[in-house]
Design a protein. Structure first.
Length: 354
């Protein structure tokens, strides 16, 4: 077997990537930059009973599913572990127990095959998701990364060089949608549930605040920052004014009002980034990127001269394909990791600067 120490992973080499940062168990096989040969995502359903992800349940579910998920991805790709040139896994951020399941499996497989291993930052993976389906989604661009755990506004000057413009000061956008849905008695995950309910609602029936939109100067600390905890509180307060119970026929209107407020904040902050950087190319990433109202609002604000790149629903949520694509770049930029590679729940974003 070719020695790991002597082997170089060519641009067309085959990558096996694993993603287990939260409640999706995923594996992908990638050849070249965008030839996705096998891709499996197993979503855990047990968390619906609790209205959110339970870390211990998520970790145990990854342990049960990972072997089968990898095997199916390899079967789809028509390869075996012996054909893999590079093993990659999400190293953070995320739930530490869940991360350790995927990373430990991946390191073990790489060690057994005497192949290199690399750890990938979950949010950098989201930057690459749209590019997997459209080669035009390459830097420079403004990226809005909106997921259950993160809300980041970044100017991507080049792969590996990311200027942080703004981030959430409290709840992430996806977390805010989940909490709002719970308040309204809607199921988990909250984002799709709010969007479905809002489709038949009047967003003007229950006006809600637009947090941190007042500042008009790019030098103001809040100009690009996000905050959604107050919006959630405003929703709860409005319900309290109605008698502390939500009438069923008011749920669509409340959902529409909440969605409209969150979307306006996200879209306006993105438009500000476009104006500041002069870059009219925008990439969306993360589960909230699937929200059609958000997509439409951003398109309206960047105008016909702008271009919005949105990954398909399958690649917007947590998945191993984006981890494989990021691994292709990181391997060429940084080389393989050492065997002391470990997971970190608060892993720093590589290449991120203010």
């Amino acid at each position: 077997m070719e020695s790991r120490r002597e082997m170089r992973v060519p641009g067309e080499g085959t990558i096996l990537a694993v993603e287990t940062s939260c409640d999706e168990t995923s594996a992908a096989v990638l050849t070249g930059e965008r030839e996705l040969r096998g891709h499996v995502i197993f979503s855990q359903d047990a968390h619906r009973l609790y209205g959110g992800v339970v870390p211990e349940i998520a970790s145990r579910a990854h342990l049960r599913a990972l072997d089968d998920v990898v095997a199916e991805a390899l079967r789809e790709a028509g390869v075996t572990l012996a054909d893999i040139d590079l093993f990659a896994a999400t190293a953070g951020p995320g739930l530490i127990g869940a991360l350790l399941v995927g990373l430990t499996w991946t390191k073990s497989a790489a060690w057994a095959r005497d192949r290199p291993v690399i750890g990938i930052h979950h949010m950098e993976g989201h930057l690459f998701a749209a590019e997997l389906e459209d080669a035009g989604a390459a830097p420079p661009f403004v990226a809005l990364l909106v997921s259950g755990g993160h809300t980041l506004l970044v100017h991507v000057e080049a792969w590996g060089r990311y200027r942080l413009l703004g981030r959430t000061r409290d709840d992430a956008a996806g977390e805010a949608f989940d909490k709002a849905a719970k308040i309204l008695g809607l199921p988990y995950p909250g984002g799709p549930a709010i969007e479905r309910a809002a489709a038949s609602g009047d967003p003007d029936r229950h006006p809600l605040p637009r947090p941190m939109l007042a500042g008009r100067s790019p030098e103001a600390p809040a100009y690009f920052a996000f905050s959604f905890s107050g919006l959630k509180t405003a929703l709860r307060t409005r319900i309290g004014e109605m008698g502390d119970r939500v009438p069923a026929d008011e749920v669509p209107h409340l959902a529409a009002s909440f969605q409209a407020a969150a979307v306006e904040v996200l879209a306006e902050k993105t438009a500000r980034a476009v104006r500041l950087t002069g870059c009219r190319r925008v990439v969306l990433g993360g589960g909230v990127a699937r929200n059609r109202s958000l997509q439409e609002e951003i398109r309206d604000r960047i105008g016909p001269e702008g271009r919005l790149f949105v990954p398909s629903a399958r690649l917007a949520t947590d998945n191993a394909a984006m981890i494989a694509r990021a691994a292709r770049f990181r391997m060429s930029a940084d080389g393989a990791a050492g065997w002391d590679l470990s997971a970190r729940a608060d892993l720093p974003f590589p290449g991120l600067f203010s």
